[in-house]
Design a protein. Structure first.
Length: 556
């Protein structure tokens, strides 16, 4: 006899995509269930490189302090010839750049995917949400008013069936997951013949301050990278070997590493984790059908070259989560959910091209050949700070309107062509701005915008000196549901008289000019309203109450 339960959202999968989506929904007060087929949580490094933009998403989700504390900075790559103790060259894959007021986390942070997941689970548990292990989705059926999911809970040898009625179902169950397959969307792409083994191994005697590399992808390759855990190194090996033997026999794997490195001056201990990977580059043609959504690896798989995978998946989850929360709370029309595909599909398509090109470029390079170092260079657009949704139907820009290209394809979605360096536009990443002095408590420590943004609300930034216009904007915001908006009145530096009785959540002075500069407010006499979405994206740049109202009308 199967039991029957109902819940607004059922999330299938327990990885970073599922957890980021769940956190976004749970923080918005949405009841959810997360089920994972496996009987234990995943281990291993996998998506260890956290790009700067994802660090900002972790800030929005409230987990950045733990992520940062447990992570480590990126390290240079040391390239060796077999048998050599000293590297033939050492270089940084990513140029270390100074943090700025607008970009407080300008460099990648390294932290194993399993640890990232555990931190998100801890945050979810504080909100009363637990990942249900040993719980497998078998089938689902879409109906006009919801989705009926049939799952099986395994307890020892016993299988306990359950029918879950949900309003929405999210497939974050990976490339081999059941949701995409049953949904019937296309998953076009290609599979490459390369085959490599990766994992984690205990090691002693290798410098923990450098990634150690012999060879290159496409041929013989051995990489040993220090992790955040002392004496645990992440490893990657490829080449001409007995795949099954190295996967199953620790001594054979260790001997292969010895043979290819020519080194016996460091110890190799127990294997902590081992898996394999074959380049599989595919993506769906749409991210949802009816009431069922796909996110993360369930929607796109690709080369790990460039460190875009986990980072892209986190952004999928937050983009979907805040929109779904508004719809469930009846604060937006279900049509808002169509913009999940509209916004994410071009970004993911571009990301697949970038990561595939990087993989092919890296694979073709040789240790000493010209261009080898260049092939391993990262950074720039890969930080994902330039990713934008300027073309989205739910962004509104009255200052620099977006002109849609004639071929209907959005351009410069990664900001790789200089888009990130131009005037800030609606659809762009919202920059940080520190040094905001609270005019109600001028002696208190100044705050910054990244302490105000969050996945539970839109943030309405009012750049103005005009008290009457500020009041008109604040009155207009009152018309929207409570707890869905935060208002910030930002006065330019040097303003002498500031009313503190305005009904804004924050009344601040831009002491150092970072907000006015970062948001390109060149004329402080003009009232400009910037609406920052729950995913840290500038949704609107408008000049008055009418523009603000038209911006939010797009949600309905």
């Amino acid at each position: 006899m199967s039991s029957k339960a109902s819940v607004p959202v059922l999330i299938v999968g327990g990885g970073p995509t599922a957890l980021a989506t769940a956190l976004t929904l749970a923080k918005n007060g949405i009841s959810i269930r997360i089920i994972q087929k496996d009987g234990c949580f995943h281990i291993g490094q996998r998506g260890a490189g956290i790009q700067p933009r994802t660090l900002e998403y972790y800030n929005l989700l409230g987990v950045l302090p733990d992520i940062w504390e447990r992570g480590i900075p990126p390290m240079p790559i040391s390239v060796y010839k077999p048998g050599m103790i000293e590297p033939i060259k050492t270089f940084h894959m990513v140029k270390i750049e100074e943090d700025t007021p607008a970009i407080p986390h300008n460099n990648i942070r390294m932290l194993g995917q399993a640890t990232q997941e555990s931190i998100m689970r801890e945050q979810l548990e504080k909100l009363g949400v637990h990942v249900e292990l040993n719980t497998e989705l078998r089938t689902f059926e879409q109906r006009e008013d919801g989705v009926v999911a049939r799952v099986v809970k395994k307890s020892g040898d016993e299988e306990i069936p359950e029918m879950i009625q949900c309003d929405w179902l999210i497939g974050a169950d990976g490339a081999k997951g059941v949701v995409r397959k049953q949904l019937g969307v296309t998953f076009l792409g290609e599979t490459h013949s390369d085959h490599l083994i990766f994992g984690e191994i205990e090691s002693k005697g290798l410098s923990p301050g450098s990634v150690h590399r012999w060879g290159n992808p496409g041929g013989t390759l051995v990489v040993l990278r220090p992790t955040e855990t002392e004496r645990i190194f992440s490893f990657v090996v490829s080449g001409d070997f007995d795949h099954d033997k190295l996967m199953s026999d620790r001594d054979s794997l260790v001997q292969y590493i010895r043979d290819q490195t020519g080194r016996y001056d460091f110890e190799l201990g127990n294997i902590v984790f081992i898996s394999d990977w074959r380049p599989n580059i595919r993506m769906v043609d749409k991210f949802s059908v009816g009431r069922v959504f796909l996110a993360g690896d369930a929607a796109h798989v690709h080369s790990p070259t460039g460190g875009q995978g986990l980072n892209t998946s986190i952004q999928d989850g937050v983009n979907l989560g805040w929109k779904l929360a508004l719809v469930i709370r009846n604060h937006a029309s279900p049509s808002l959910l169509d913009t999940y595909t509209t916004e994410r599909l071009p970004v993911v398509a571009h990301m697949l091209k970038v990561s595939t090109n990087l993989y092919q470029k890296t694979r073709a390079s040789t240790v000493t050949g010209e261009g080898a170092e260049e092939a391993w260079q990262r950074g720039g657009p890969l930080k994902q700070l330039g990713i934008n949704y300027r073309w989205s139907p739910i962004v509104r820009d009255e200052r620099t309107p977006y002109i849609h290209p004639a071929d209907t394809q959005p351009i410069d979605v990664y900001g790789a062509e200089g888009g990130g360096a131009s005037v800030l536009r609606a659809g762009d990443r919202a920059p940080d701005a520190p040094g905001l002095v609270d005019n109600r408590q001028p002696d208190a420590e100044p705050t910054k915008l990244f302490r105000i943004f969050g996945v539970t609300h839109h943030t309405v930034l009012i750049f103005s000196r005009d008290a009457a216009q500020i009041r008109a904007v604040l009155d207009a915001v009152k018309e929207y549901p409570p707890n869905t908006m935060k208002t910030v009145t930002i006065y330019p530096q040097g303003t002498s008289t500031i009313p503190t009785t305005l009904n804004a959540d924050y009344i601040v002075t831009d002491r150092d000019g970072h907000a006015y500069n970062g948001y390109n407010m060149t004329d402080s006499a003009t009232t400009t309203i910037v609406v920052v979405r729950p995913d840290g994206v500038v949704g609107g740049i408008v000049f008055g109450v009418e523009g603000l109202q038209k911006f939010f009308q797009a949600y309905h």
